[in-house]
Design a protein around this ligand. Structure first.
Ligand code: C5J
Length: 228
């Protein structure tokens, strides 16, 4: 397939679906459902649900077009040996990382809360990156996985916009990837941070990326399939 053109800001971006990955950040119960990490921090987790439908649409389109799909999960080893003490001790959450909660231990790998929500469950052949930090490149093999597939463009969505989505886009940009945030497929506990977070990406002629949305991604792939 020839390069496609995705409407985006500050400018349209060309991408080859075979050299593109859809990266879905941390759509885990721990952030989206009551009783998980997000709620222990005092957040209204219901605010993140608005990203589920757009993420599902982007995921369906990526699968249909053969675009590589990568899911990430933030969390730690059961012994918390990969959890920085400063992260565990920070603030005054109702429960700390590793404490027992209604979905198992908070932000610990293998627990129910650590899992990706059913609506976006990974297929068996899709890559799942377990990350101990906010960025998906930090202490993971994501860069190797992308390099092995010749990926150049990352379509990034998930939660939360100004934390793990932002950090991943910044990390990806510094590594030479063209990173596009799919705005409606991202969400934050703080709607204002979501809005400004997206502005920051595309300001200064796209200082560290582009901003588009799930409908544009879906329609661009669908139009290419119809034309083929
Ligand atoms: C946070 C994330 N917000 N996935 N993690 O702690 O954005």
């Amino acid at each position: 397939m020839d390069d496609l053109t995705l409407p985006a800001e500050p400018s349209a971006i060309r991408f080859d679906p075979a050299r593109t990955a859809l990266v879905i950040i941390d759509m885990q119960r721990d952030f989206i459902e009551p009783g998980g990490f997000g709620e222990t921090l005092g957040n209204d987790v219901g605010l993140l649900r608005r990203a589920i439908g757009p993420c599902a649409a982007a995921l369906k389109a990526a699968r249909a077009a053969g675009v590589m799909v990568i899911h990430t999960r933030e969390g730690h080893r059961p012994d918390l040996s990969d959890a920085p003490p400063a992260k565990v001790a920070r603030g005054a959450p109702s429960k700390r990382i590793g404490d027992p909660g209604p979905m198992g231990r908070i932000l610990v790998r293998g627990e129910v809360g650590h899992g990706i929500i059913a609506e976006l469950a990974p297929l068996g052949d899709e890559t799942v990156i377990d990350k101990p930090g906010k960025g998906a490149f930090h202490q993971t093999d994501l860069e190797q996985v992308l390099r092995n597939r010749g990926v150049e463009v990352l379509m990034v969505c998930g939660v939360t916009t100004e934390v793990c989505v932002h950090t991943t886009i910044r990390e990806g940009n510094d590594r030479g990837y063209k990173c596009v945030a799919l705005a409606d497929a991202c969400a934050s506990y703080f709607p204002e941070f979501h809005r400004v977070g997206l502005e920051m990406i595309k300001a200064q002629s796209g200082i560290f990326g582009w901003v588009s949305d799930s409908a544009a991604f879906v329609e661009t792939l669908a139009a290419a399939r119809q034309a083929a």
